[in-house]
Write a protein that binds this ligand. Structure first.
Ligand code: NAD
Length: 489
């Protein structure tokens, strides 16, 4: 495998690595703006072939019922990715602009290792449950509840944590017996293409079970939501695109699984270590240039301590210089593209127009004229009604908001169209737990606990999504329930 060295990439369709019919498109290093090489550009015919291959692998082979084969293939994939982890790391740092230090966790190694959880779940899962005897309408009946694969899954993913999101769909969907077409974001095609290449060359996945289709054209991905041969769409990305996916999928009443945007709140209660909590919030908001859907981008602090909180957040955030992602010390690299950088700058300009001020940062770093860098920025002086407090910015930007006690902090946290994640810091665990219980979000960090792990479901309330990824709940998203009622007399 030499995907980085030769810049060459192919689609994986029906077990074969093939060129894209629409030719190729460039993939760019966001830290240097250099073209790394090209990716295969699929057109609608390529996508049609991938869907047909996945359909046939589901309908005409024993993949969906051969648990032993599925578990073996997933373990092979995990081992092969592990063997190539250093090449994968280089691709990820170069193409995503991901700080190298994050590739030992959620940005690469975490999701590779989590394939074991998917394989283990398939192996130990209770595919059939005896519901026992009953006499509905006077007829003695034995009831069995069966879990089965949904069918053909279309997986559409974004660029910010490509391996985490690609593999958190591929692993459980295949483990549960589905076949799949992976359509990654056009900004990070190589991360997915490399997985396709490893599958083709180092595993026994039968042809068509998994297909990897890179494309520069969003409309090619949209075919997955529209095509009647696809049974389920598993989508991670912005709420606006999620809405389009759901609309497209409505025509064929597809199962839709959505992981969308967020505007999560970090609540500091008045008995917490203010400086420690604010510093942690600032560090988190700057990591990977703030390109994480679950990052807590609203720091909500006691009104009486507002100025101290802004100062503590700015001291940390201002000390984090956006830098070269290949360096082991870098926490905040570039954002993915010029388009994203300009979008973030637009929000920074808006913050000033709305009456806010920058406690640190506020634009492009003076010492970096190439690369898509933005300074870690703390916005102060606004309340939760400001657009920068309501809309997802997806950059290293933290807005500090004052609260008037625990009830008000909860009100502010929940006053959002999103409901993905949240954090509570308090000196009193019971008090923090009571606040956490009132937050309308899918994951909560209390006093520094980590919710990210293979066996822990992740996902959002409200406009942050539908369903859960990871954990047994994430596996079950890719199953249907069948109830078999057998006359017992
Ligand atoms: P995006 O919505 O622009 O694109 C995501 C994917 O959807 C890409 O593969 C894109 O090609 C595809 N796409 C675009 N239009 C489509 C359409 N009409 N039909 C089908 N597919 C289409 O998102 P992005 O900019 O790549 O990623 C950033 C967003 O993703 C942020 O909003 C972030 O919060 C969200 N995100 C959410 C999670 C989560 O788990 N909740 C995780 C990571 C990122």
């Amino acid at each position: 495998m030499a995907i980085l060295a030769n810049g060459e990439s192919r689609l994986l369709i029906d077990g074969k690595l093939v060129a894209g019919t629409a030719g190729t498109f460039p993939t760019v290093n966001p830290a240097t703006e250099e073209v790394l090489g090209v990716a295969a550009d699929a057109d609608s015919d390529d996508m049609g072939r991938a869907i047909a291959a996945a359909r046939s692998a589901f309908d005409d082979t024993d993949w969906s019922t051969n648990t032993e084969l599925r578990v073996r293939c997933l373990r092979q994939l995990k081992d092969a990715l592990r063997e190539h982890v250093e090449e994968m790391r280089d691709i990820t740092v170069a193409e995503v602009g991901a700080p190298r230090m994050l590739t030992s966790g959620a940005q690469l190694e975490g999701p590779i290792d989590d394939l074991s959880f998917a394989a283990d779940t398939a192996e130990t899962y209770e595919w059939r449950t005896d519901l026992g005897h009953a006499t509905p309408q006077g007829i003695p009946t034995r009831r069995t509840l069966a879990r089965e694969a949904v069918g053909v899954v279309g997986a559409i993913t974004p660029w910010n944590f490509p391996h985490q999101i690609n593999l958190a769909k591929v692993g459980p969907a295949l483990a549960a017996g589905n076949t799949l077409i992976l359509k990654p974001a056009p900004d990070t095609p190589w991360c997915a293409a490399a997985v396709g290449e490893i599958i083709a060359e180092h595993t026994d996945f039968p042809p068509g079970v998994i297909n990897v289709v890179t494309s520069s054209d969003h409309a090619v991905g949209a075919l997955l939501s529209q095509d009647p041969r696809v049974d389920m769409v598993s989508f991670t990305g912005s709420t606006a695109t999620g809405r389009a996916v759901m609309t497209d999928a409505a025509a064929t009443i597809k199962k839709v699984f959505l992981e969308l945007g967020g505007k999560s709140a970090f609540l500091v209660l008045d008995d917490a270590d203010l400086a420690g909590a604010c510093s942690m919030a600032a560090f988190t908001a700057a990591m990977h240039a703030g390109q994480g859907c679950a990052i807590t981008t609203r720091l909500v602090v006691p009104r009486a301590k507002y100025d101290d909180a802004v100062e503590a957040a700015a001291a940390t955030m201002g000390s984090i210089k956006p830098g070269d992602p290949t360096s082991k010390r870098t926490v905040c690299g570039p954002v993915i593209s010029a388009r994203q950088r300009d979008r973030i700058q637009g929000y920074l300009d808006l913050a000033l127009q709305e009456g806010g001020r920058f406690a640190c940062g506020g634009g492009r770093p003076a010492d970096r004229d190439t690369g898509f860098f933005i300074e870690p920025t703390v916005i102060a002086g606004l309340d939760n009604n400001a657009r920068v407090a309501r809309e997802e910015i997806f950059g290293p930007v933290l807005t500090v908001i004052a609260h008037d006690g625990d009830d008000d902090a909860v009100r502010i946290a929940n006053d959002s169209p999103y409901g993905l994640s949240g954090t509570v810091f308090s000196g009193d665990d019971a008090r923090a737990q009571a606040v956490a219980a009132r937050m309308r979000v899918g994951t909560v960090n209390v006093n520094g606990g980590i919710w990210y792990s293979a066996d822990a479901p992740f996902g959002g309330y409200k406009q942050s999504g539908i369903g859960r990824e990871m954990g047994v709940a994430g596996f079950e998203e890719y199953t249907e329930i069948k109830l078999i009622a057998t006359a017992a007399n």
